[in-house]
Write a protein that binds this ligand. Structure first.
Ligand SMILES: CSCCC(=O)/C(O)=C/O
Length: 159
C-alpha cells in the first residue's frame, strides 16, 4: 500500500497519482489518525493466516456476505463504471475490501476537498469507516480484482 496527499484540483487522467508538490507520503498509522482507515497486509499464499485475519475482520465489522469485484479492460461499459465509482460516496457501514490481484486507488476525504489517495495491491485489506467520503478508480495497469465484504445483504443495484 502507498498513501499520499492528493493535489487539491486534479485534472486529466484520474489513473495518474496526482501528488501534491512536493509529494507528501503518509504511513498507515498517519492514515488511521487522519481518516480512521484501517490497513492490514494479508499473505494470500498463507491460507491459515489469511483465514485468521479475515475471520477477525469479519467479526469486527459484522460481515455476512462478500463478492468478487473485477475491473479491467474487458469490463463492459468500463468508462461509465469508472465515472460512477469516482463519484464520492459515504456509506452507512464500513467499506471492507481486500485486493487479490492488480492495483487500484481508494481516495478518502477526511475534510472537505482534502483528498488522500490510497494505492492498494494484492494482499492489501482496508477498512474505510462508515461516514467517510471516498471514491474509487484504477491505476494505469487497468486491472484489479478484489473481494468486497458487506454487512447487509446487498442487492444487485448497489454494485
Ligand atoms: C469498488 S467499490 C467502488 C465504489 C465504492 O467505493 C463503494 O464504497 C461502493 O460500495
Amino acid at each position: 500500500m502507498q498513501i499520499w496527499q492528493m493535489e487539491p484540483y486534479p485534472c486529466g487522467d484520474r489513473r495518474l497519482p496526482h501528488h501534491v508538490f512536493p509529494p507528501k507520503h503518509m504511513t498507515p498509522d498517519q492514515l488511521m489518525t487522519r481518516a480512521g482507515v484501517q490497513y492490514f497486509k494479508v499473505d494470500l499464499d498463507d491460507t491459515v493466516a489469511m483465514k485468521k485475519r479475515l475471520s477477525r475482520v469479519k467479526t469486527e465489522n459484522k460481515i455476512n456476505s462478500s463478492d468478487v469485484f473485477t475491473i479491467n479492460e474487458s469490463t463492459p461499459d468500463l468508462q461509465d463504471k469508472l465515472e460512477e465509482y469516482y463519484e464520492p460516496v459515504t456509506k452507512d457501514d464500513n467499506v471492507v475490501s481486500m485486493v487479490t490481484d492488480g492495483t487500484c486507488y481508494f481516495d478518502v476525504e477526511p475534510e472537505e476537498d482534502d483528498w488522500i489517495r490510497i494505492q492498494v495491491e494484492r494482499g492489501d485489506l482496508i477498512v474505510i469507516p462508515k461516514g467517510l467520503s471516498h471514491r474509487f478508480t484504477i491505476t494505469p495497469k487497468n486491472n484489479v480484482q478484489m473481494q468486497r465484504f458487506f454487512t447487509k445483504s446487498k442487492s444487485i443495484d448497489e454494485n
